[in-house]
Write a protein that binds this ligand. Structure first.
Ligand SMILES: NC(=O)c1ccc[n+]([C@@H]2O[C@H](COP(=O)([O-])OP(=O)(O)OC[C@H]3O[C@@H](n4cnc5c(N)ncnc54)[C@H](OP(=O)(O)O)[C@@H]3O)[C@@H](O)[C@H]2O)c1
Length: 314
């Protein structure tokens, strides 16, 4: 089968298509013929060697984390799926495995039936950012119309799910996006939007119960200036050192710094599937053909798009 791999850390130049044997499955696994995989910032952070503490430095490495496709083979202990089912899913070890190939073997606990009313690209876009958005929601605790939330970097995949989940809970949300993101953020439920290319969010002087930074550019030190006395900063892009440091500092401050490290979970996916049934939209900005996998990553890494980018494997 064809598979995208890399043999050293670097730019998209290190990515190449190679021939590999089709994976064999264990008793608890299914073999999925991948139709689409989604592109996530984590893919290029790992590829550039920015996450070696978790990803390790062993090569070759595969890329891509979440996917949608068709069940081709079923392990002997698997129930609930049959050959031909349309499914979406995620690899077990996001740091060390990849789905950028014609076939992927995954535990049946990490695939779900694709809702009939969404496309393969939309389904492939659910697990990483959708799960992270539910995880963020859980960390926010109880939310109501009085809860003021700032979502910094709201127009990518994570923001798309988070804004809509928050809307379903009536939160009072301010989104920060570039000019292109203003209308989508409003459509997804933001009560107000700040265009970061024109205004500094700090100049607004407003304070929030929750600040979440999806841009990876704000950081706790800056966020503190716009946090209410008892509030939380959610950080899905922590530097490794911030994980223990935030834990200890939180014992002594009412402005908490909470790190998000989401992992694939049936509980979170069920919440998402329910939210999708209740109207969450999954906006796919662009689907690239397999042969243009490098362009797909270059495009996503440049930013400036709304929603998700995906790669289709024929
Ligand atoms: N910890 C976890 O479990 C977990 C899970 C999923 C994702 N993540 C991380 O969460 C982050 C968001 O994920 P994503 O998939 O939504 O990424 P994304 O699609 O790249 O979205 C990032 C957003 O930040 C915006 N942005 C860039 N510069 C900004 C600035 N200076 N001020 C405000 N906004 C700015 C971008 O807008 P423009 O492109 O218009 O500039 C874009 O909308 C990524 O870093 C990802 O790695 C973490």
């Amino acid at each position: 089968m064809k598979s995208i791999v890399y043999q050293k850390f670097g730019t998209t130049d290190v990515l190449q298509i190679v021939e590999e044997p089709k994976p064999t499955i264990k008793a608890d696994q299914v073999l999925v013929k991948v139709k689409v995989f989604s592109v996530n910032p984590m893919d290029w952070k790992i590829r550039k060697g920015e996450m070696t503490l978790m990803s390790g430095s062993k090569f070759p490495k595969h890329t891509g984390t979440d996917f949608a496709g068709i069940v081709e083979e079923i392990g002997t202990s698997v129930s609930g799926f049959k050959i031909g089912d349309e499914v979406f899913g995620i690899v077990k070890n996001m740091m060390k495995e990849g789905v950028s190939a014609e076939y992927v073997a995954v535990p049946s606990s990490l695939i779900w039936k694709k809702p009939f009313n969404i496309s393969f690209a939309q389904a492939a876009s659910i697990p990483v950012v959708g799960t992270a958005a539910v995880s963020a929601l859980e960390k926010m605790g109880s939310i109501n119309a009085q809860t003021s939330i700032l979502v910094n970097g709201a127009s990518g995949g994570f923001g798309m799910f988070l804004l809509q989940l928050l809307k379903q809970r009536n939160a009072n949300v301010t989104a920060v996006t570039s000019s292109k993101g203003i209308e989508p953020a409003k459509k997804w439920g933001a009560n107000s939007v700040i265009d970061y290319t024109r205004e500094d969010v700090l100049s607004h002087k407003a304070t929030y119960d929750v600040v979440i930074d999806l841009s990876g550019k704000m950081g706790y030190k800056v966020a503190r200036q716009i946090m209410k006395p008892r509030s939380i900063f959610l950080n899905p892009t922590p530097r490794p050192i911030e994980i223990p440091v935030s834990f200890f500092k939180n014992l002594f401050t009412a402005k908490k710094h909470i790190v998000i490290i989401s992992s694939p979970s049936a509980k979170y996916t069920d919440i998402l599937l329910n939210a999708i049934e209740n109207g969450i939209e999954i906006e796919i900005n662009k689907v690239f053909p397999f042969a243009q996998y490098r362009e797909a990553y270059q495009y996503a890494e440049r930013g400036g798009y709304i929603g998700k980018v995906a790669v289709e494997i024929n």
